[in-house]
Every structure is written in C-alpha cells, then in structure tokens.
Design a protein around this ligand. Structure first.
Ligand code: SAM
Length: 280
C-alpha cells in the first residue's frame, strides 16, 4: 500500500460567508481529510479584516453603475495575515468567471503549489487591484455566473484535495478517474446483477481479470470517442489502445456505433459482436 504523503496540502479560503464554506467542507472524503489533518483547510471571514465598526467589505463602483464592488484593503490584509500565520501560499487564486477555465490539468498544477489561497468574490466582483496586487491565478469553474466564489472554491478544494495521497482511500480510483489519463472513465456497476431487466455486462461477473481490464479499457476509449473526441486527440495512448480506437472508429463508420452503446447493452456476453473481444 502507498504511504500517505506527510506534507499536508494547505488551503486558505477568504470569504464573507465562512459558514457556507465550512458546511461544504464538513462531509465526504474532503471533510474527513480536513478533520484528520491530511488537508489543512482554514476559512477566513473577510469581515475580520475590515477597519470600520460596520465591518464594511464593499463599496459603490467608481464611475457609477449598478451593484457594489468588494474593497481591496480587507482582502490584502487577510492575505498578509495568512502569510504571517500560515506561510506564503504557492498560489493565490481569485475566483472569477473571467478566469482560466478550471480543469483536471489545473487541479494537478495547483496540487504542486502545496499551499493555495482562494479569494471568493461577491456582488459585482472584486476591486481590480486585488488581481493586480496579490493574485497569481484567476480561475473560473465554467462559463456561467454564480453569485459568489464560495462554490467555486469548494470545487477547487475538492478536485485538488483528492489528488493528495491519503485523501481518497484507494489511490487507484483517483488514477482511473475521468481525465486523469486524458480519457473518460469506464462505466461502473454494483449489486444486484439484474435490475428492472437490466443486467450487468457478463464479463464483469466472469472473474477474468485480464478480460475485465480489457473491457474497461475499451469502454473508456469508446465513451471518450463518442462523448469527448477532443480528449482523444490529446490523450497519450499505447499501441494497443490506438488499435482499439481504430477498431471503434471502423465500427462507427460501418454504422455499428462507436462501441459504447453496444458494449453497454445489458447482459451482453463477453465475445459478442461489436464489443471487439472476439477479435482480441
Ligand atoms: N460581474 C462579474 C462578471 O461578470 O465577471 C460577475 C460577478 S459574480 C456575480 C460574483 C463573484 O462570484 C465573482 O467575483 C466570483 O468570485 C464568483 N463567480 C461567479 N461565477 C463564477 C465562475 N463561473 N467561476 C468562478 N467564480 C465565479
């Protein structure tokens, strides 16, 4: 078994809604990892870094217009405090719909930073000088606008956190996840073997580990080809996998589907036509 990494990954989240973030960190694998110290996650209430008795974090926009803008000083103070108490973050991320779109590759990059601070915006956004003065990365979780950066921060902590050894119990499951090898994951089944007339593919019940591995490999390729062919162009495939893709493409060209639907068909025997197992 792999030894868990002793150097815990650190996250510092700056928000005006600390309870919202804490609630999101309370459950699941990330919650357990935070409780056990494998992940060191600190949530900072931005209002604690304001300088007035109303604990003001926002103000009207210069130049007029609707809404409010988050002030620069509390954010800069919060980060200075994090630096002195918890060390300098390797990455300071401003959550923003205008940022680079988050991906598994970005998650892996942030993992190597070791210590990540996340700034959650609200209102119309954050004073631009936050980006200019203290931010190393501006990250979006997708092309839509949310009311705040808290959910995006939780998304990032989850995606980066599960890459830290010891967070997900079985390291193999992270390695097989979608995107980790540039492919989508294969389908998964658990008991019962039959439900509402839908059977688990026979190969998964066969006990033949090599056959199961091959079926999963082919399914992952078929799914990626059918749903995200753009990923296949960038994936690093071995010779065997390239051959499988060529097979799947040939089937698709013959109108036999890209293999996914055929292989998914319930109760299909291991060597059935269209699965490719007969040819292998
Ligand atoms: N006026 C801003 C704009 O159009 O770019 C949107 C502000 S949004 C209502 C408030 C905050 O939510 C942002 O400052 C950011 O922190 C967060 N946010 C909203 N959508 C996001 C997304 N897709 N990814 C990351 N953060 C987002």
């Amino acid at each position: 078994m792999r030894e868990p990494d002793v150097s815990a990954m650190k996250f510092d989240i700056i928000t005006i809604f600390p309870r919202m973030v804490e609630a999101g960190l309370a459950e699941g694998v990330v919650g357990r990892a935070a409780a056990s110290g494998v992940l060191d996650v600190a949530v900072h209430d931005l209002r604690a870094y304001t300088g007035d008795r109303h604990r003001t974090v926002d103000d009207v926009p210069y130049g007029g217009g609707p809404g409010m803008v988050m002030k620069v000083e509390p954010v800069v103070r919060a980060l200075a405090s994090i630096r002195s108490r918890r060390g300098a973050p390797g990455a300071v991320v401003l959550l923003s719909p205008q940022g680079r779109v988050f991906s598994q590759h970005e998650a892996e990059r942030l993992r190597t930073a070791g210590h990540v601070a996340l700034i959650c915006g609200r209102y119309e956004g954050v004073d631009e000088r936050v980006r200019e003065l203290v931010t190393t990365d501006e990250i979006s979780i997708g092309d839509y606008v949310l009311s705040g950066g808290e959910l995006p921060a939780l998304v990032i902590v989850d995606a980066v956190g599960r890459l830290v050894p010891g967070v997900v119990g079985d390291a193999g499951s992270v390695e097989e996840d979608s995107f980790s090898r540039g492919l989508l994951d294969h389908p998964h089944y658990t008991r019962p073997a039959t439900f509402a007339g839908h059977d688990v593919p026979a190969v998964l019940l066969s006990g033949h580990h090599a056959e199961v591995r091959r079926w999963r490999q082919r399914q992952a390729l078929a799914r990626t080809l059918a749903r995200r062919p753009d990923l296949l162009e960038r994936a690093s495939l071995d010779e065997d996998e390239r051959r499988m893709v060529a097979d799947l493409e040939r089937d698709a060209a013959r109108g036999e589907g890209a293999g996914e639907e055929q292989d998914d068909r319930v109760g299909e025997p291991t060597g059935a036509k269209g699965t490719g197992h007969g040819r292998d």
